[in-house]
Write a protein that binds this ligand. Structure first.
Ligand code: PGA
Length: 260
């Protein structure tokens, strides 16, 4: 696992965008797994800038989002589909047919989840998965005790997650209780994982995920089993790590060809 420590979320987001830009230049038809929430906003702004100012071409890229609320239509202000349209896709040249987001109104949820997994396979698998982390350690909406082998399916949100996400809704009561999320097994099959975490609210989960035991109680700790993970942190999210000096040393001494 590569831990990259930056002072601010903005600096970390620029590095995350460079990692994605390098992939898209090397493999123009890359398959990207994408996340919602506050965390990737700076990354998405930077990708839009790279597209608009430096010509980074997304015309052959395919995307799969991690999750969506159940019972929320794709044009609802709190839907993750609308979030992605407003915060990323509207600024890129990515054809709509290459965008995949679980459908929160799917009538047959198990069949929809199976079809989502099949679409990922048919696209050749996810080359790079962008991840945030919940304050309870979730990845996507894989809440604590999620099977580490799980696939795309329905999940029930923890009360902590509902409270965390209430800021996007008018009232806490409006936050759905259920969602569709890629599973931990789905996420771990991505060729590269890129996890971002910013702010003091994430520090405890970050330290347990990186330096704690692998446990379904802390789903993000399963990234320790993945061979290619980049973690990008701001100063506040890294305060509880015990090996910070080592992570910084590794980063400062990267061979030139590995630098971003
Ligand atoms: P946030 O959410 O980016 O809004 O903090 C992250 C997550 O819940 O995975």
């Amino acid at each position: 696992m590569e831990i990259i420590l930056q002072e601010t979320a903005a600096e970390a987001s620029v590095i995350a965008a460079k990692i994605i830009a390098r992939l898209v230049r090397e493999k123009p038809n890359a398959v990207l797994g994408l996340a919602t929430g506050s965390t990737p906003l700076g990354l998405y702004r930077e990708l839009i800038r790279l597209h608009q100012e430096e010509g980074l071409d997304f015309s052959q890229v395919t995307t799969f989002n991690l999750d969506e609320y159940i019972g929320v239509a794709g044009d609802h202000p709190c839907s993750y589909r609308l979030f992605m349209m407003e915060n990323l896709f509207s600024g890129l040249n990515l054809p709509a047919s290459q965008i995949h987001i679980p459908d929160g109104l799917a009538e047959d949820i198990p069949a929809h989840c199976e079809a989502y997994e099949e679409a990922i396979r048919a696209a050749g698998g996810i080359d790079l998965q962008v991840l945030g982390i919940g304050s309870d350690g979730h990845l996507g909406f894989n809440e604590p005790t999620s099977s580490l082998a799980s696939r795309t399916r329905i999940k029930t949100l923890t009360e902590e997650t509902r409270q965390d996400n209430a800021r996007f809704f008018e009232r806490v009561a409006d936050v759905p209780h259920h969602c569709i999320t890629m599973g931990m097994g789905t996420i771990l099959e991505s060729r590269v994982c890129l996890m971002l975490a910013f702010g003091a609210n994430k520090a405890a989960a970050v330290s347990q995920a990186i330096e704690g035991p692998v446990s379904a109680m802390m789903p993000a700790s399963a990234l320790q089993l993945h061979p290619r993970v980049h973690v990008l942190l701001d100063a506040e999210a890294s305060t509880k790590l015990t090996r910070k000096d080592y992570y910084q040393y590794v980063y400062d001494n990267k061979p030139t060809w590995q630098r971003y």
